[in-house]
Design a binder for this molecule. Structure first.
Ligand SMILES: NC(=O)C1=CN([C@@H]2O[C@H](COP(=O)(O)OP(=O)(O)OC[C@H]3O[C@@H](n4cnc5c(N)ncnc54)[C@H](O)[C@@H]3O)[C@@H](O)[C@H]2O)C=CC1
Ligand SMILES: O=C(O)[C@@H]1CCC=N1
Length: 264
């Protein structure tokens, strides 16, 4: 598979890292006006680093546009003449709808919106996918690429905004919870590096319990909360301060913001 990533900033370089780790391409073009973030990949086999977006498009079959919403239309316009019906055009731009991509490159093209998160760099992304009518035929190919880099879910385009908040912004939300746990652990007397390890491994164990047991979080909570014990005391104190409510309100605020971006 001949893949190009156009825009190799935070997310584009994370996708590149994941693809390179899996060696899941016959050629990989990494194109950016500033190639600094991917210069470390210049010695990798079958990887070409360039600032020539057009060249990357012409030499590849799968095009992953990882540009900010304010740049993507200009870049799509500049390469639209080179995009053919055989290309699979993927965009990760938050809030940038398939209809806008179709209006630039044509609705006869295979277009797939892809919403991964930065854990794609270590093959642990949750990636949501949504295609236009023509692109449905290429969905198996998209799943093949992104299943190697974590898990995928095909969803209707109307849900892509919500998936962006839960899965892409979600990395930041979970990181903040881990950091807060670390701060608590330091207050209880651990060194910072110890606190970090305790928090991260406990977070990892919690997620693993859910994925491996298939149980509901509340069932796992019931197994930890000794009657009159310290866990329920802590949980209830957190809920009195609005832990669940703060999370839900943050998710909804993030969703409202992304819906504003869609209109701009
Ligand atoms: N960071 C994240 O976790 C996620 C980001 N996204 C979306 O991914 C997109 C990219 O986000 P980031 O990687 O964080 O942005 P970024 O700003 O780090 O990367 C964008 C890259 O595009 C390059 N670029 C700009 N104009 C260009 C041009 N004319 N030709 C070639 N390259 C050009 C920039 O030099 C930059 O390296 C955004 O649309 C964002 O909404 C989606 C999911 C998660
Ligand atoms: O914060 C943002 O707007 C982008 C989309 C999801 C992750 N980063």
């Amino acid at each position: 598979m001949k893949i190009a990533i156009i825009g190799t900033g935070n997310l584009g370089s994370s996708i590149a890292k994941g693809l390179i780790k899996n060696k899941s391409f016959t050629s990989l073009y990494l194109s950016d006006k500033n190639t600094a973030a991917v210069s470390a990949f210049s010695d990798e086999d079958y990887v070409t680093i360039t600032s020539d977006n057009e060249l990357a498009v012409k030499e590849s079959e799968v095009l992953i546009f990882a540009l900010q919403p304010r740049h993507i239309d200009k870049v799509l316009e500049s390469v639209s003449e080179s995009i053919t019906n055989d290309h699979v055009v993927m965009s990760v731009a938050a809030g940038f709808e398939i209809s806008r991509i179709e209006s630039i490159i044509g609705d006869d093209k295979n277009i797939i919106r892809v919403m991964p998160n930065t854990a794609i760099s270590i093959g642990k992304s949750m990636t949501c996918l949504s295609a236009n009518v023509k692109g449905q035929e290429k969905m198996d190919l998209a799943k093949k690429i992104f299943n190697q880099l974590g898990a995928t879910m095909v969803i209707p385009e109307e849900q892509i905004q919500a998936a962006t908040v839960i899965c892409a912004s979600g990395i930041a939300f979970w990181m903040r919870l881990v950091r807060a746990t670390t701060q608590g652990a330091i207050q209880l007397g651990f060194e910072a590096h110890e606190a970090h390890q305790l928090a991260v491994q406990t977070c990892f164990g919690s997620a693993s319990l859910l994925t491996e047991s298939g149980r509901h979080p509340e069932q796992e909570i019931d197994r930890v909360t000794t009657p009159s014990g310290c866990t329920i005391e802590g949980l209830n104190a957190m809920e009195h301060q609005g832990l669940s409510s703060a999370l839900i309100q943050g998710i909804v605020a993030s969703f409202e913001k992304i819906n504003q971006l869609k209109k701009s």
